[in-house]
Design a protein around this ligand. Structure first.
Ligand code: AMP
Ligand code: MG
Length: 289
């Protein structure tokens, strides 16, 4: 049994069939945990290789990742298939959420990271400058390439990349015949077929235990990451309308058909009013728990 704030994984016991593989490794700024039933460890190895590949492409805290190198570059830039896929989903989520979910908030995310480290509010001037360099309509996406239209832009995939990676790592195992598997990238999970003899993977969120298979589930909230300045707690999730971290943010858990959607929607719901949030979920066949 192990836990990461709200998500606790109850490992099924008393299994007869198959060999159970479990491994945990740091990647994507968090801990990646994989459990699989397979004849050998090859599938699990492939899954971790896939996660590290995505880490190299999508992580903003790696200065030499594809997305970090992209930020600040003018003109059309060729991008990998993975980055294109993540940006396509991000763009659709941004349009559908009226910008509540927005991966171009990089300059604001950086500003708030610094504010958190210094426990001091950013100046209005700096806030304005960061807001001017953010906004999903300032990013133009074409097949295989992207263009950042305004100077000083920076992409931040922190609200979607972990869920995307969880799905991709699970797919890497499934392609190798290991369909009874689960991947957790921090609080973003993708689960495949149930473990032998079980109805599903048992996943504890807050006060309930869910039994899930062949789906994805993400939890977003400020239980771990927030800034406290002048007695006010600001979430690491930014309201794009104000450029300021959410206050009094609770936890949101979303179950969705893909990891990128579960992750992105959980982040978006924190920003949206409940009614707009419900409409967004139904479009993507996702549910909130
Ligand atoms: P999550 O834990 O999945 O909710 O992602 C939170 C992370 O997403 C933050 O640490 C930022 O990197 C990024 N982020 C913050 N605000 C937003 C937003 N409104 N839309 C998209 N990504 C955001
Ligand atoms: Mg998210």
């Amino acid at each position: 049994v192990w836990s990461r704030s709200s998500a606790v994984f109850l490992i099924p016991i008393g299994l007869a069939a198959g060999q159970r593989w479990e491994w945990a490794e740091p990647a994507m700024g968090t801990l990646v945990r994989i459990t699989a039933y397979a004849p050998n460890a090859a599938a699990v190895r492939a899954a971790f290789a896939r996660v590290h590949e995505l880490d190299d492409r999508l992580s903003d805290y790696k200065p030499d990742s594809e997305v970090s190198r992209l930020s600040g570059q003018a003109g059309r830039v060729r991008i990998s298939e993975d980055l294109f896929r993540v940006l396509s989903i991000s763009h659709e989520l941004a349009s559908d959420s009226e910008g509540a979910f927005d991966v171009t908030l990089g300059p604001l995310v950086r500003l708030w990271r610094r504010a958190r480290a210094e426990a001091r509010m950013p100046s209005l001037d700096m806030l304005e400058r960061a807001r001017a360099a953010a906004g999903f309509r300032k990013l133009r996406l074409r097949p295989g390439e992207v263009e950042l239209l305004v100077e000083g832009m920076a992409l931040d995939l922190g609200g979607i990349a972990k869920g995307f990676a969880a799905s991709e790592a699970l797919a890497a195992m499934q392609e190798r015949g290991a369909t009874q598997a689960m991947v957790a990238v921090g609080g973003d999970l993708a689960v495949g077929d149930p473990p032998p003899g079980a109805a599903g993977w048992r996943i504890a969120i807050r006060h309930e235990v869910l039994t899930l298979s062949n789906t994805c589930i993400s939890t977003s909230g400020d239980t771990e990451q927030f800034a406290e300045i002048g007695g006010v707690r600001y979430s690491h999730i930014i309201d794009p309308r104000t450029g300021i971290g959410l206050r009094n943010q609770g936890e949101v858990t979303v179950i969705a058909p893909s990891g990128a959607l579960a992750d992105g929607l959980a982040t978006a719901l924190g920003v949206m009013d409940p009614e707009a949030g419900r409409a967004l979920l139904s479009k993507y066949r996702a549910v909130r728990r």
